[in-house]
Write a protein that binds this ligand. Sequence first.
Ligand code: C2E
Ligand code: MG
Ligand code: MG
Length: 629
Amino acid sequence: MSIANADQPVADDTPQMQHLAPLQPDDAAARPAIRPPALAAIGDDSRRTSGFIGAETGMTRSRRTQNSLYASEERFRSLVETSLFGVCIERAGRPLFVNQAFADIFGYASSDELMALGTLDVLYPLGEPQRLAQACKHLPGGRSPSQHEIRGIRKDGSLIWLHAHSRIVPWDDGTALQSTLIDVTLRKRYEDHLQHQATFDAVTDLPNRSLALDRLVSAIEAARRRASCVYVLFIDVDHFKKINDTLGHTAGDRLLRQLAQRLKASVRQMDTVARLGGDEFVVILGDVRLPDDAAAVAGKIAEACSRPFLLDGQETFVTVSVGAAAFPEDGDDAEDLLRSADAAMYVGKENGRGQVHFFTPELRQRSHDRLRREVALRHALERGELTLHYQPLIEIRTGTVVGAEALLRWCDPEHGNTGSDEFVRLAEDTGLIVPIGEWVLATGCRDLRRWIDAGHDHLGLCVNISARQFRGSLPAAIRSSLDAYRLDPQVLTLEITEGVLTEDPGEFKAMMDRLVADGIRLAVDDFGTGYSSLSYLSRVPLDTLKIDRSYTGGVLGDATRSTLVDALIILAHRLHLRVVAEGVETADQLDFLRIRGCDLAQGYFFSAPLPADDFLQLLDERRTVAAVG
Ligand code: C2E
Ligand code: MG
Ligand code: MG
């Protein structure tokens, strides 16, 4: 690279300048890159020596100018050669000049070693230099340089990232490409790392939800162009919580990783396997021609996952439920398609798990109905469509009513009076259970106050509480209901399912301890239907254990069930828990429970759940019977 703008070309006997071609004096375009400071220096020098100008011959003047230019060029040459930025001037892939920093960046001992290659092709992956030159093509010299990030190859073969400023400069009779480069590999790696973290799941290293959605969007666009199909398979591990609960989270993570490998092995290279979170995975099959092809992959996945997993040297079996949906039939966009596949997967779960289900138009209808019902439920509370029914809790030994369980009823204008099982789940899924639960507490306390005021002052109230409510401000809601109706905390029992006890023991336990410290009782509801370990019975401050009605119903005809109920009563008593048998329907069942020492019973044998007024009537009647008796 020449840094002079001399009347005469710089003498070619300067050894250091061997790679640098001289610029022509009228080469204005080349000046800004290298000349202005040099010219200033020349100007200063000439001013300082102006007193001698008259005495100088033309020859001397020319010599002095030349010397001064030479000195200036030397300064610039040294500046460029000692620069920490790599500098390279090239033409058609041949190096014309490189500095030491450039050689360092590419791992060569010296600029001479690099120049001796005679080509820059080995320094860049195929196509990279052309891309750079192409971008600079329309930039005349002197304008601001074009900036790029390009990849380079070091002498040891490793790939590096470079930030380059390039422009075309006049050179000899033609032009050359002048680039200044810095190595940005570390920054690039860090950016890649951050990008990876944002788009990949940390446990399985599969794409996460956001990347899966991006890929699905692209797959749908491609399918639109080619008039082909995209299939989404939604995969959920059945009873994954059980693995976490029994083997621990580390084993759970290991299972997820092994599962991810099996899913990847079941699909083509071009397909995406992603983890949406928890035990939910999604597979995107692009460009599918026949539904049978998708069915074959879904079957392959289900089969691959049903083989045993080795966790801590122990064989573990799981099943997965798979839901499949196709673009364009089952969804118009990525979110819609994912929803459809999810809905199909749920049908599989409801039908016994471990199944593959394809989305159907009826399912679409079902999800529309569910949406309508959700909207209706949102209004139910404000429109006064919710009521409470109460089922008496009987002390077996004495036959007296000692309490009432509050059970929600929804008098829906469209569907009439509906039992709580179905809509409570909807309320839980939507979070509506929190305001509804507060209403239940307040209404239950109000009714209990009426019964106490009517002379039934020995009664307690049992209220069902969902896991979701444990994340809200439950203690405050309880306190305000009890205070509003001047009730002792001891009258209230909260019924929670095994799921709550095992879902997040740490988080819930603190709240349970606090509630119990306030004097409130806790009961575990539907005992025996969960899949959890028994250890929580001793860890959580429980007062009562309610044996699920499926056990009570089987105590007489089913030897295993009767043995289990027997054992449960003994176990609960050892842990100082009261035992309630739910769903008692016959006198024989009651006799069985009485003989086994069960404390309390509840069921149609005594009474179905009743509206508050009817419940009061029942209390009055039983009191009269007792008095007469
Ligand atoms: P649960 O707490 O186990 O309530 C007992 C269920 O068994 C009630 O169903 C009741 O009507 C029914 N049942 C009572 N006696 C008998 C019997 O002898 N035989 C049979 N086969 N069934 C009997 P329901 O009212 O449909 O409630 C279902 C579930 O909905 C409840 O189960 C409870 O988990 C939930 N639930 C009800 N009300 C609420 C509430 O206010 N909040 C919350 N979070 N959940 C509620
Ligand atoms: Mg209950
Ligand atoms: Mg129950």
